[in-house]
Design a protein around this ligand. Structure first.
Ligand code: UDP
Length: 258
């Protein structure tokens, strides 16, 4: 087996050098962390599900003209992506109050927000990813005003797309987090969507029952985390249950021959 060079290991993913310059391989682990790494567990099969769900969403976003780092899925746990310089910001879009915004602004969990709200957090684990304003972002050169505008415009389009996509299968999109990266091509630079979009970084509630179908199941010790992710994937049509009731994990509908 060819040994690949590992570039970076994060909480839920490992990045390896790609086969060509400008590409990297993104490997989805089963690890789950929350509360700035204080809570950790291994959820068998989560990486496989997130790989597929994120692929499905990235392809959908490409189709509506959002540039993404996604090139192709390689196998159950890996995808080939464009190498980018990650903007050190987490961009959160909220439709309904949940999580941090409730504590910060004294809002009741579940309050429908007057409009979709975009927030920026500085990616820094030592500081616990603090919320920052555009003033901080431009003063410290994390992104320039044009890049902030581009990220906000893309984040809102992603929100519209995801809200419709999940809404169509009976899932309410409460909020989500995305990350962007700079792709350099000669003299040119463009901002593209990077990282992943999966139930690890979205809040997703069943529209009928209100059941939580995202990483909050892990954060709140609700159990059946991967079952919920599998249900999200099933509703999106990403895979069908195996004949023997899904005990052996997801069965792919269409496969790239892995
Ligand atoms: N989120 C994330 N990574 C983070 C922080 C937040 O993916 O490091 C996602 C989270 O899953 C939720 C949204 O961003 O869908 C908003 O999270 P919030 O700011 O409320 O933080 P939390 O309450 O999750 O700590």
């Amino acid at each position: 087996m060819v040994r690949r060079k590992q570039i970076y290991e994060g909480k839920a993913k490992i990045l390896f050098e790609g086969p060509e310059p400008g590409t990297i391989i993104q490997y989805f682990k089963d690890d789950a962390t929350a509360f700035n790494n204080k809570k950790h567990d291994v959820l068998e099969g989560k990486g496989v599900l997130n790989n597929r769900i994120s692929e499905f969403i990235m392809l959908g976003l490409e189709r509506i003209g959002i540039p993404t780092h996604f090139i192709k899925r390689l196998n159950m746990r890996e995808q080939l992506v464009r190498h980018v310089e990650i903007v050190p910001l987490e961009v959160v879009v909220r439709n309904v109050a949940a999580g941090q915004i409730c504590k910060r602004l004294g809002l009741e969990n579940g309050t429908v927000l007057p409009r979709s709200i975009i927030e920026f957090y500085y990616k820094n684990d030592d500081l616990g990813d603090p919320i920052v304003s555009e003033e901080h972002i431009t003063a410290f050169n994390w992104a320039n005003p044009q890049e902030i505008d581009d990220m906000m415009a893309m984040a809102l389009r992603i929100n519209d797309y995801l809200s419709g996509m999940f809404g169509a299968v009976g899932i309410k999109l409460i909020d989500f987090k995305v990350e962007f990266g700079r792709q350099y091509e000669g003299e040119m630079m463009r901002l593209i969507l990077a990282d992943e979009i999966s139930p690890d970084c979205c809040r997703l509630h069943d529209m009928e029952t209100g059941e939580i179908m995202d990483k909050d199941r892990f954060r709140q010790d609700l159990g059946k985390v991967t079952d919920a992710y599998r249900e999200v994937a099933r509703r999106l049509g990403v895979f069908r249950e195996s004949e023997n009731s899904g005990q052996s994990g997801p069965v792919l509908v269409s496969d790239n021959g892995e």
